[in-house]
Design a protein around this ligand. Sequence first.
Ligand SMILES: [Zn+2]
Length: 316
Amino acid sequence: MHKYKKIILIFLSGILLSGCSSNMAAVSELQTEEQSETTMQKEWNYAFHYGSDYWAHYDLADSFIPTQEAYEKLVAQYIPQIETLIGAGDWYVDYSPEADTILVNMEMGTTPHSYTYPTSKGADHTIEFSQLLSLKQVNSPVDRALPHELTHSLLGNGKCFSNSLEEGICNYVCARVGIVNSDFYETYQIDLMDMLYCGTKSALEKYYDEDKKKEMLDSIGRGEGYTYAIQTDDGIIWYSCSQCFVEYLVKNYGMEKTMRLIREGKTEDDYQSCLGISFDALKQDWVTDFWQYEPMYTEEEYLQMSRSFLAALQSP
Ligand SMILES: [Zn+2]
């Protein structure tokens, strides 16, 4: 299994960096919006409920949510950013068109990954989000888990006909919405999709034979559940491939059509009705694009940049 260690490091570096990078843009966008007082979006009230006083139980000083206040501030900051990014400002209508409050039930646990429970309508114009945040993912300066799980909540969690599409869009979001950690992408002039494609292609090339590569890519975007368990090495690669696929959809068909497919699609036939191309033809196009794509940097160069960046992040 050790052969996977390095690639996982690369993935995590890539993933972590994607998580930090575009935050800058997202936050400044938010500030601009606040300044211009855009009234297109619903102004949510937020309420919070906790399974326990996690900040008293755990040392979260070095995490991206060192205090309860910091956590609540981030939730209130991310939700409007996510609504804007994926163009889903009307998500709440499915639960309660009159809703004015989002109640976030938060638990923290020692699970290896975070989890979102299905979204539900609560009392008094409230919509309830429930999330279990993994301590392992919380104890990091990088905040991918929170925007990822909040995107699941906005989408109702598990309502999408394809788990691959749902995880892909959640990763798309958490690579763009988050805390400002650095100007990594600006400093190194790196394109998020380039780095993602590079790491994902390298993983498939290095660790899979032809049959396994085909099997992995074939499972992406399918109208079915999780092909691989989340905690496994295959699962990590499946998440990255799913993100690559959603990045490709947004780039080539636009966010609006991609989100229509994710929110309204029922089967693989809906690729045709939402995007105007059959699932099989689209997959063929994507797989060709994926293998023909020539990344700007090599995996080793990206790894080097990631290491320097993470080292700088960790040293005050
Ligand atoms: Zn997820």
